[in-house]
Design a protein around this ligand. Structure first.
Ligand code: HEM
Length: 472
């Protein structure tokens, strides 16, 4: 009997690249995810690329990707550079923790973001939804086309900051946002440093490195002050134990046995801000991208909103959200078609064989998850926006529907713990906006392009919001 030959990295095919720089020049763009997709078209669902000689496996194979996600933290970790850069900036949180260290972080974080706690955070989501609604009504009166991606970013900044540690910002209405200005310095620099071929900042301090350090210091000062205040608040208000009003309180309460030191509490607050803002707002932007081209879907969301919360402007209670089944389906469909994190980056902790592929210790694997999510092999009319596919009653047996290949929130033990919060934010805002407005693209659909900067977002998404109460 023949023993099946194992596939090694050297056996994998590769797209065309530069003789010295490899695939770096093609990849170093604002649409690197689309470059990867093109390479999947060219080479199939398993191939290799190299950046100046450093090799990376790229897998768009759902079964392989699923196994890698499941085998964490023991067999795989995130690219080690992510931890290196975040630690250098003083961030030690669940996203960059590994092994036993990660296990220690994960449980209290997941608890602080569970359904019961998210329910307690709902008043914050509702308040910001109403705030944005008022702002968009004004824009609508003045016939101003809205830069959706930018405006929605303010919505999730305000929500995430308040939910993360009780800091009330009002960037929606342009109030003092120095805190956010500092984050805007830090977030792109994380991305820049993770993708930098040479860590220049370790040898020369450039102007932007000094600005970065100042911003890090300012953010640290504010968050540490909140940590102290919250400790006192919890001491004086024992009833908070049953329903903490934000993530920091939930974390401090879950930390009774001092699992975390203050540096780690800080690291996790910072991680929340980093992981919860762009991902959620860009996912809502993509939903509006589809809604502005599907008025029939907007009508259905509106009908549902009118049935579930009648004369209220927005879903007044957390309980209403589970009744918004169609809106939920719309959100799932937008996430399937436009995942804001279309690829994930991992490294093997030891030599390992999966599905006949030999991945050596420290071997790097890029999981390309989006191709499967939009493939006819897994979904009928895979590239069409069809929210009905998510409603069981409308999912006939003969249609393909394989939600298990969707990895927009990752998978396995490290899947996104903020998923429930994010979906609730999305459903609340999408339902509310559709209750009040029709949407009209102010640019041609082909002018709206996918852009990747930390997460994938729609560039140029300009939309007119038409208030249905003021239509003739
Ligand atoms: C639509 C919005 C969101 C998307 C698409 C998203 C996506 C992701 C993805 C792909 C991962 C990596 C998962 C993995 O490695 O398997 C992740 C991890 C994570 N996300 Fe989210 N996320 C979203 C919103 C949020 C929110 C609102 C929060 C919290 C406020 C959050 C907190 C986290 C954390 C803490 C991790 C690290 C988990 C770990 O390493 O154990 N995310 N997210």
């Amino acid at each position: 009997m023949h023993r099946k030959e194992l596939i090694k990295i050297k056996d994998l095919s590769s797209p065309k690249g530069h003789s010295i720089l490899g695939h770096l020049p093609q990849f170093n763009t604002h649409n690197k995810h689309q470059v990867l997709e093109r390479w999947v078209d060219e080479c199939g669902d398993l191939f290799k690329i190299n950046f100046v000689g450093k090799e990376f496996i790229v897998s768009a194979k759902p079964s392989l990707n699923n196994t890698i996600l499941r085998l964490r933290p023991e067999k795989f970790k995130r690219f080690s550079k992510i931890d290196e850069i975040l630690k250098e900036m003083g961030v030690s949180g669940v996203f960059n923790a590994e092994g036993a260290h990660w296990k220690r972080h994960r449980k209290p974080i997941a608890e602080a973001l569970n359904m019961q706690h998210v329910k307690g955070y709902y008043p914050i989501i509702l308040d910001k939804t109403n705030s944005l609604l008022d702002k968009f009504k004004t824009y609508s009166k003045e016939n101003i086309a809205i830069d959706v991606q930018k405006e929605l970013m303010l919505f999730t900044i305000d929500i995430t900051t308040e939910i993360a540690f009780g800091h009330k910002l009002d960037t929606i209405n342009n109030a003092d946002n120095s805190f956010q200005k500092h984050l805007e310095v830090i977030f792109p620099m994380i991305n820049e440093r993770i993708t930098a071929p040479i860590p220049i900042w370790r040898f020369i301090k450039r102007k932007k490195d000094e600005v970065l350090q100042k911003s890090i210091n300012a953010i640290e000062k504010i968050i540490y002050e909140f940590i102290d205040e919250s400790r006192n608040k919890i001491k004086n208000n024992p009833e908070l134990k049953a329903q903490p009003s934000n993530f920091l309180e939930a974390l401090l309460l879950a930390n009774e046995n001092d699992v975390f030191n203050d540096e780690e509490v800080y690291g996790n607050i910072f991680t929340m801000l980093l992981a919860g803002e762009d991902t959620t707002s860009n996912s809502i932007s993509w939903t509006l991208f589809y809604l502005s081209q599907h008025p029939e879907v907007v009508n259905k969301i509106r009908e549902e909103a009118n049935t579930v919360y009648f004369n209220d402007d927005a879903p007044a209670s957390f309980e209403k959200l589970s009744e918004l089944k169609y809106t939920n389906a719309v959100v799932q469909e937008a996430i399937r078609l436009k995942p804001t994190t279309p690829q994930l980056y991992f490294e093997a902790n030891e030599d390992i064989e999966i599905e006949g592929l030999l991945i050596p210790k420290n071997g790097k694997v890029i999981l390309q998850n989006k191709v499967a999510q939009t493939s006819e092999a897994y979904f009928t009319n895979a590239n069409s926006f069809e929210p009905e596919r998510w409603l069981v009653s409308e999912c006939p047996m003969h249609k393909k529907h394989s939600p298990q290949v969707i990895k927009a929130f990752g998978g396995g033990p490290r899947y996104c713990p903020g998923m429930f919060l994010a979906i609730n934010e999305m459903v609340t805002l999408v339902s509310t906006l559709c209750k009040h407005f029709n949407f009209k693209l102010a640019v041609k659909p082909e002018e709206i392009v996918e852009q990747f900067e930390f997460t994938m977002y729609p560039k140029n998404l300009l939309v007119e919001f038409i208030n249905i109460k003021s239509k003739n």
